[in-house]
Write a protein that binds this ligand. Sequence first.
Ligand code: FAD
Length: 604
Amino acid sequence: AGNYETHEHDVIIIGAGGAGLRAAIEASSMGLSVGLVCKSLLGKAHTVMAEGGVAAALGNVEPKDNWKVHFRDTMKGGRYLNQWRMAQLHAMEAPDRVNELEEWGALFDRTPDGRILQRNFGGHKYPRLAHVGDRTGLEMIRTLQQHGIHTGMKVYMECTVTRLLKAGDAVSGAFGYWRESGRFVVFRAKAIVLATGGIGRAFKINSNSWECTGDGQALAYLAGAELMDMEFMQFHPTGMVWPPSVRGTLITEGVRGEGGTLRNKDQKRIMFDYIHPLYANETAPTEEEADRWLALSTSGQMDKNVRRTPDLLPRDIVARAIHAEVKAGRGSPHGGVFLDIATRRTAADIKRKLPAMYHQFKELGDVDITKEPMEVGPTAHYTMGGIRVDPETQQSRVKGLFAAGECAAGMHGANRLGGNSLSDLLVFGRIAGLHAGRYAKEQTNLPSLDAGEIQDASQEALAPFNRHEGPNPFQLHEELKDTMQTHVGIIRTEEDLSEGLRQLENLKERSRTIRIDGNRHYNSGWHETIDMRNLLIVSEAMARAALLRKESRGAHARDDFPETDKEHFAKVNIVSRLHGSTMEVAEIDLPPVPAEIKKVLEEE
Ligand code: FAD
């Protein structure tokens, strides 16, 4: 395999977002040697972009809140396809994880009496999101890094992992390259935690950073793990639609949490026409009631006869409402709808509660959101699907291979509630780190590395340099984004998905012939080629699962099957796995819900 350096650790964590950092803290505090690998600089992981907050039933603004209500909201938001045990663990442990962050130095916004302030968000019954203005992710990463650095972990930055290595049916390490020099590196480890984040870069209009190319999902899949729930891609309702250069950039749901309303070109508030039957009992049918609810809930004086504003329905519902308004010709000039906070809050409030949004629009769009409405439309945002893991340990079906955060599946079912990702990272990052640590402790020796496997990984990486001619990887990536946006997007049909799969097949063929010029030293075309392999795997899994699920549920909307199927598809998750050299998709039964948990779900 030529030259490569080798590093040995008990546990290797791949990814330094919230999930990876929290896992690394847990494993290193067990006295283990931990290596943390990330493809960007430490502090730059996608998590720093998180805006609105972290969901936890602290009960600071509404004392009636508790884990059971949070659990119910999460399962309902996920249309009951969530792994109930993950949703339960998440709801029960999130408050401890948030309080722990505060102990480690995170400076959350405060209630008048000095406790952590919580804000309203879609699908959460009570104000539940702890936040730092609209820059919560930045504070979370800062805190985790500052705390983590003292636990003795070793950090490998700007290093991309391209293959997992195995000894028999267990992991033995990871193969990768330094982005700067292009030189190869091998990590030998007893246990591995994947925390590589999402796959938004598969779509033309998306809110994600350049890192979100589905690497962890693809690495796990190629190593024999299963992907689950891949048909569920969350389109966030409010991305910027103008100017074109920043299309897709996120506008936090916190804008609506602070009172913002969605309007069409006739200035009509649109969401009253799109109240989903599942939420009809708890949603205000009139503007008067919606506005009263907002005033009451933010001052901590809830009245059970005053119901929530439909502007805060879960994201799948709001995204489809916007899509429908635009399609009916009632959209804004650039193909979105209006989001108005200017007439709802004072300029001082807006600048204090939503400082990043104020600057984002001022600088990128030349719009003053304290005076004018924003133009917004759906943007590919979050993947509910990912690596299938055991709910108690976060271990995949490959021994010693764990996953946490956005690259793992199960917690969010068919649709994630806002704020439930940052809490997911903390809760399951810790659990993955703990169980990876325990697993590593059970192994007496480091696993042996297979020279042939390392040779193959290096040949795979270098192949594009050895070809005489072939397509340009950036061009192929643009084509992939178009395919996914057009055929595997917010509204799907069998015809569209089949066409999408045909195009993906063609892209897969052509990507095998990509040719790269130049040398290995910081070669962005080469990086892009490696990302393409991963993007194509996760895109195919998404299209195949979407074709198989013949119903509409949560984020997955089929025009040819508009109903939610209460019989068959209510009871299955869809998994994809590598079979020989092809992708196999299959239905698996949801785990049965125990009687005491059913009772919690039915209480209201
Ligand atoms: P990430 O933070 O994406 O980190 C992935 C890490 O893996 C990075 O360090 C990356 O370098 C590394 N990596 C990836 N591939 C490789 C590889 N091949 N080799 C080595 N390293 C690799 N959620 C909320 O709950 N509340 C919010 O307010 C909120 N706001 C958001 C705002 C925006 C604009 C966006 C886009 C998302 C928001 N989300 C929010 C979602 C949430 O931020 C993400 O789901 C979450 O941060 C993902 O964290 P993670 O730890 O799983 O992965």
